[in-house]
Ligand binder design. Structure first.
Ligand SMILES: [Zn+2]
Length: 278
């Protein structure tokens, strides 16, 4: 059994054949957590989870890039198919979390990939993301749920915010789609956080040594994920990623760790069950 700890079957990319994809996963013993990126996709994630007796959970949250700050021009993501939100409605998200299928708050965090042009706007943009993150960390704390962090080109600021706000710093979290240096990963591990690996580990990113990063991450801190429909793993002939392809991530990590696929599957499943209480 494998658990894809970060999937987006709640996105438009799966609108036409969602049921089929889910059936295939469950028949092949692949469980999943569908992760929300705004209210609409969070609600959809809950609905999908509610419709299945077991094997599917949901996470809810507002992704930093889906906050419409008015500071950058945002292009709609065709695969996601969603609109941006003007503000985070705490109570609305909180009521969504009343479902037992909601196992985490996320994906939340910081994303500096797209940024405004002027220095002043850049600062304001970062402030807004910080504010949004803190609101959602508050919700995670109130509901006693673990956090799924999305952090893109912003590792330093994320650690800074967490150290400046110890009361809101989650005790349980995962650094999803980890991209960072050995120093970055050490900071995550020091906080006791899990590390989520997906198809990015097959890419060449300047300054990032994924082999080294996987080597130093203890087995009991590794989670596997696809981030589907994005990031099709190397060697897979498909345009769209699916939870079932999480096995390619597991295979690669097992190889780097020099353990069997079965052992890696067993440990990462156990890790996911522990973090998300599933
Ligand atoms: Zn995602």
């Amino acid at each position: 059994m494998l658990i894809d700890t970060h999937a987006h079957l709640n996105f438009r990319a799966f609108e036409k054949d969602r049921e089929k994809v889910i059936k295939k996963c469950l028949e092949n013993n692949v469980w999943m957590i569908n992760v929300g990126s705004n209210f609409k996709t969070s609600k959809k994630a809950v609905e999908i989870a509610e419709s299945s007796e077991k094997g599917i959970s949901a996470s809810i949250g507002l992704h930093p890039i889906n906050l419409d700050t008015g500071l950058i021009k945002l292009k709609p993501d065709k695969l996601e198919g969603e609109n941006y939100e003007k503000e985070f409605d705490y109570e609305r998200y909180k009521s969504l979390a009343s479902s037992k299928k909601v196992v985490a708050i996320g994906e939340i965090g910081l994303d500096y990939y797209w940024k405004p042009k002027t220095k002043k706007k850049k600062e304001l943009f970062k402030d807004k993301q910080r504010e949004l993150l803190l609101q959602q960390l508050k919700l995670a704390k109130e509901l006693n749920l673990p956090v799924i962090f999305h952090c893109r080109m912003a590792n330093n600021d994320l650690f800074k915010i967490l150290s400046e706000n110890p009361d809101l710093r989650p005790k349980k979290a995962v650094a999803h789609s980890f991209v960072g240096t050995v120093d970055d990963i050490k900071k995550d591990l020091d906080l006791g956080y899990y590390i989520g690996f997906n198809g990015i580990i097959f890419k060449n990113i300047e300054g990032i040594d994924f082999k080294k990063v996987i080597e130093i991450t203890p087995l009991d801190k590794i989670l596997i994920e696809t981030d589907c429909p994005y990031l099709v793993p190397k060697g897979v002939e498909a345009k769209r990623n699916e939870p079932i392809f999480v096995k390619y991530i597991a295979e690669h990590i097992a190889k780097v760790k020099k353990i069997s696929f079965e052992k890696l599957a067993e440990i990462t499943t156990q890790n996911a069950r522990e973090l998300f209480n599933i």
